[in-house]
Design a protein around this ligand. Structure first.
Ligand SMILES: [Zn+2]
Length: 392
């Protein structure tokens, strides 16, 4: 019964706020009468709680709390407690009630507004959240940065890329470099929209803007390459794609298909193999090895391709490479099959060594040792030997 835990937390939070409030009253040498009024309402609220009338209890507690610097924090804690539990309507009530208090300082008011905007976001009331946050972001204050960050989340959710760009640029001005990379993606999203309505001039402009924010934006290079290819500018297409190897070599696999086509249109297969050769020296990977194997097979025949692939797989084993090797081997049973089998044996040995043997069907925990109680989720009898193609 999760509500019981929540109620207990509310009582504690309210009691803490109440006691803090009383301490403040004593400090200020006020009379005890308001403290006694508080305690009476506190017990009325407690009575509601015990009868599980949560809404009435909250109502009473909210009324009971004297508002001062300490109790604002208690309110905010209560609000975020509701928000975390998914009871966002209650969280909204708490925050709206706080905002209505005239005694809030402007800083406190801004903080409560921010929390309320987050409530609206959680409740899916994005328009209301956006209006509040946009208003907060207009002026300079201690919560402006966070308001901008929340606003950015909304525009990302709504895929409003023009507005996202505006907010992202504001955030970048505050000195956060990480927004440069994000902005490049927003410009790429904008470029895609331009391409969809066939506005190629604006699309190119958006891609250029992406590069001004992040010169290593792989996505912008890929978009540009696609445009150049479609415009019949194969040399420029190749230039954009080969740049990816310098920007971030992990993404080279995404370039190979179009690169092969562009070199093909120019009738320059050698150019493609030269590029693959350079990649193999700098950073060999499965995709490059497979592309080279394919070119070799059609250019110089299966035997050459088989020899190349066998040599590469010894240094850079991969499942896809092994699959290609078997295809070639089946097509040419007479050529070097013993070496292929040796390679296959070595690779499956390595894979079996790395594979977990036991897995928990409750939380997914896996390992090489059998446990009757899962170390991950503490379930009994949930771990069993892995079945299927990679299992027992
Ligand atoms: Zn488990």
């Amino acid at each position: 019964m999760p509500d019981v835990a929540l109620l207990a937390l509310i009582v504690v939070a309210m009691l803490a706020g109440y006691l803090l409030g009383r301490r403040d009253l004593r400090k200020k040498n006020h009379s005890q009468s308001s403290g006694q009024a508080l305690s009476k309402e506190y017990f009325v609220g407690l009575n509601y709680l015990l009868n599980e009338q949560t809404d009435e209890a909250i109502e009473t507690f909210i009324k009971a709390l004297d508002l001062n610097n300490d109790t604002v924090d208690t309110y905010l804690a209560l609000g975020s407690l509701f928000a975390r539990r998914g009871e966002v309507e209650k969280s909204i009530r708490v925050h709206q009630d706080l905002l209505a208090r005239p005694s809030l300082t402007s800083s406190q008011s801004l903080r409560v507004q921010l929390e309320l905007a987050k409530d609206f976001m959680q409740a899916g009331l994005l328009d209301r959240a956006e209006a509040m946050l946009a208003d907060m972001a207009r002026n300079n204050h201690e919560y402006r940065l966070e308001a901008l960050q929340q606003l950015l989340k909304i525009y990302e959710l709504e895929r409003e890329w023009t507005k996202a760009v505006a907010v992202g640029e504001e955030l970048r001005k505050t000195g956060a470099d990480r927004y440069a990379v994000v902005l490049a993606h927003f410009y790429c999203e904008g470029a895609l929209i331009c391409l969809n309505r066939n506005d190629r001039v604006s699309a190119r402009k958006a891609i250029r803007q992406a590069f001004t924010r992040d010169k290593n934006c792989v996505r912008a290079s890929l978009l540009l390459a696609r445009m150049e290819f479609d415009d019949g500018r194969y040399r420029d297409c190749i230039k954009a794609l080969e740049k990816v190897a310098q920007q971030n070599s992990h993404y080279v696999p995404l370039t190979l298909e179009l690169l092969e086509q562009a070199y093909g249109r120019l009738g320059n297969v050698r150019g493609f193999t030269a590029f693959l050769g350079r990649c193999l020296i700098e950073r060999p990977g499965g995709a490059v090895i497979l592309a080279m194997t394919k070119v070799l097979a059609s250019d110089r025949g299966d035997e050459q391709a088989l020899r190349f692939l066998t040599g590469q797989l010894g240094k850079n084993p991969s499942l896809k490479g092994l699959n290609a090797l078997m295809t070639l081997q089946l097509r040419n049973p007479a050529v070097g099959s013993l070496q292929s089998i040796r390679l296959l044996k070595e690779m499956t040995d390595k894979m079996l060594e790395l594979k977990p043997v036991y897995q928990c069907n409750s939380c997914g925990f896996s390992g090489k040792e059998m446990h009757w109680m899962c170390p991950g989720c503490h379930s009994w009898g949930a771990i069993a030997p892995v079945q299927g193609i990679e299992g027992e």
